[in-house]
Structure formats: structure tokens, C-alpha cells
Design a protein around this ligand. Structure first.
Ligand code: G3I
Length: 319
């Protein structure tokens, strides 16, 4: 049956957030984040390698525990993010020339400890994040350079042992309409399955652009390309940036874009949840990475809502 298990918002540990323009915004922010508006959350940073294993074999869950504890206290679904990613790696991983044998052990130790720490708490883990180039070939990450495809199956094998109840996801961006990259992600699902291992879902990050967004039908086709393989799909990091300053016109395009992508998920059986990648514009990663773009979330700096909020409500209620 089509329908969502959750609609959520990712959030960062307070000390890691980009500084908001005025201090009382933290209280207003927390009120929205934890007051029942959202049924799910994901820590945007705290469970990444940089924070969880800053030195080899020295595990630190201080940052990761902040958001995961709040999720538990507030009875929210928790998505856990991310075990193996080429970005926000600890410097010691990047600065060493690993032999295949050494790197296998590094991966196994990391996943065993981090997924083990949160065993039973995560609805899903992003086991592997952003392993593909835009043309569907594998990204030449240090993991791929040393181990080839084997690092992928090793990651899923280890995660399944460390947390048998978490759904194991592959997570990437630009998977929201059919392309060579969506075919690459389908190959990853088959690779893991063919090795006799478990992979349960594909996360469509959905970092979209208001002025050039896919159609509803394109989103539906992309999602079905995964669900027909028997894995579930979630929109895991949804935000839709626009050229700033925002105008009535591009906010309307943004509303339509949010409505399309959430509506596609609602309509396809097997698309089980939506996570927006923070809800508050000042805490969004977008302006730092795409100068001149922003206003990608659903709440403006003054805590008024974007028109896109209503677009999402319409999508969720099939209007
Ligand atoms: O750790 C420092 C902290 O000490 C300091 O106080 C703070 C001041 O701004 O900066 C902190 O580092 C920042 C870190 O986030 C933690 O907040 C980095 O500068 C910043 O570059 C980093 O950005 C994160 C980005 O991943 C890194 O690539 C974003 O917050 C996070 O939203 C973003 O999320 C990724 C997903 O994990 C994967 N998909 C793409 C998505 C967007 O890039």
C-alpha cells in the first residue's frame, strides 16, 4: 500500500549548526523541531566518521548521541547517517596508504563499532553514501582505489552483522529522475544481493533546484526503478534551493517542486518516508556550497513558512 511511515527533518548538534542571526532563534528552532511537527529525524553530522572515529580505534559518540537521544526521547523514527562516505572522513583515514588487508580491517572496525553503538535504535542506516559518479561509474574514492567493488559488499556484510534490525540503505544525490546514475545505484543493489547479502533500501537525497526541477512522472519513474527490485525508497535529504533573494516566482516554483517530489513518494508503494535536510534556512548547508543560492528549506530566517510548506501538505493529503 502506498503511504509514508514518517515525515521528518534532519538536524545538527547545536554546537555544529551554522550560527543563526539571533540567539533566541535556537529556542524557536527547538520548539518546532521537537514539538511534534516531525515524526523522524537524522543527525546531519554527528554519526559521520570524522566525529565517531577521529583517531584510529578511538571511538567518540558525543556528537552522534545528541540527536539520537532526542529522537528516542521524542518517540521519533531515527535514520542513521553515514557509515562509509568519501567525505567528512577522519584525516587519519585519508592520509595513510592502506594495503587491501589493512583497509578491510579499518572498514570492519569502524562499522562494527559505530553501527554496534546504535544497535536497535536506527530505523535505517545509510551504509554507503555517494559511491557513484554522475555517469553511473564508481567514484574513485580511497575505498574504491584500494579495494574495488569489494569495499561495498564488505560494508553491507559488516553492517548486517552489527545491527541486524536496521534497514540497510544505499544513499546518493541525483537519483530523483531516471539517469545513468540511477542505473548505477540499481547495479549496487544487485551487486549486494548477488553476493548473498542484505540491502533494504535506496535513499534519494533529493537536493533539488527550484528553477529546474523534474516532473512528477520523472520522480515516479525513478522511484519505481528501485522498488521494482524489491528495495524500499526514502527521500532522505530533501531540500530545494533557489536563486536568492527569493521572489514570489521562484518560491512558487519551489512549492511545485516540493509538491512533485513528495507527491511522487506518497503515490508509489514502497516509498516509505521523507526527510527534509533541516527545516530552517539559516541552518542549511546550501549557501556555503552554492553562493547566490539558498532559501532551500521550509522556514525562513524569521520563522515564517515558505509557500512550499502548503505544497507538501497538499501532496501528503493527495490534493
Ligand atoms: O565542526 C565544525 C565546528 O567545530 C564549527 O563550530 C562549525 C562552524 O560552522 O563548523 C563545523 O564543521 C562543519 C560541519 O558541517 C559540521 O557542522 C563544516 O564546516 C561543514 O562543511 C559541514 O557541512 C556538512 C556537509 O555535509 C559536509 O559535506 C553539512 O552540515 C551537512 O548538512 C552536509 O550533509 C551532506 C550529507 O551528509 C550527504 N549528502 C549531501 C549533504 C549536503 O552536503
Amino acid at each position: 500500500r502506498a503511504g509514508l511511515k514518517y515525515f521528518g527533518a534532519a538536524t545538527d548538534s547545536p554546537g555544529q549548526r551554522e550560527r543563526a542571526p539571533y540567539p533566541e532563534s535556537y529556542a524557536q528552532y527547538d520548539e518546532i523541531m521537537w514539538s511534534g511537527e516531525f515524526g523522524q529525524t537524522t543527525p546531519t553530522n554527528g554519526q559521520k566518521w570524522l566525529f565517531t572515529e577521529p583517531k584510529q580505534g578511538q571511538f567518540n559518540f558525543t556528537e552522534g548521541n545528541i540527536v539520537t537521544s532526542l529522537a528516542r526521547e521524542n518517540g521519533m523514527y531515527l535514520r542513521c547517517h553515514a557509515l562509509v562516505w568519501h567525505n567528512q572522513l577522519a584525516p587519519w583515514v585519508e592520509s595513510t596508504q592502506w594495503t587491501p588487508e589493512q583497509l578491510r580491517k579499518v572498514i570492519v572496525d569502524h562499522i562494527t563499532n559505530v553501527a554496534g553503538q546504535y544497535k536497535g535504535q536506527c530505523y535505517a542506516w545509510d551504509v554507503l553514501n555517494e559511491a557513484l559518479n554522475e555517469d553511473g561509474t564508481y567514484r574513485e574514492s580511497l575505498f574504491y582505489k584500494v579495494l574495488g567493488e569489494e569495499y561495498i559488499t564488505l560494508a553491507y556484510e559488516t553492517a548486517a552483522k552489527a545491527d541486524p534490525t536496521a534497514k540497510l540503505y544505499y544513499n546518493d544525490y541525483n537519483l530523483e529522475s531516471p539517469s545513468a546514475k540511477t542505473e548505477g545505484a540499481q547495479r549496487i543493489v544487485k551487486l549486494v544481493r548477488d553476493a548473498g547479502l542484505r540491502i533494504d533500501g535506496v535513499g534519494l537525497q533529493a537536493h533539488l533546484v527550484a528553477e529546474s526541477h523534474p516532473t512528477l512522472d520523472e520522480h515516479i519513474a525513478a522511484i519505481k526503478g528501485f522498488t521494482k527490485l524489491g528495495v524500499e525508497v526514502a527521500l532522505t535529504e530533501l531540500d530545494i534551493r533557489l536563486q536568492t533573494p527569493a521572489t514570489a516566482e521562484n518560491l512558487e516554483l519551489q512549492k511545485q517542486a516540493y509538491k512533485n517530489v513528495v507527491g511522487a513518494c506518497v503515490q508509489v508503494c514502497g516509498c516509505i518516508g521523507v526527510t527534509i535536510w533541516d527545516f530552517y534556512d539559516p541552518f542549511s548547508w546550501v549557501p556555503a556550497v552554492f553562493p547566490g543560492e539558498g532559501a532551500a528549506a521550509l522556514w525562513f530566517e524569521d520563522f515564517s513558512k515558505h509557500p512550499a510548506y502548503d505544497g507538501i501538505v497538499e501532496a501528503l493529503t493527495n490534493k
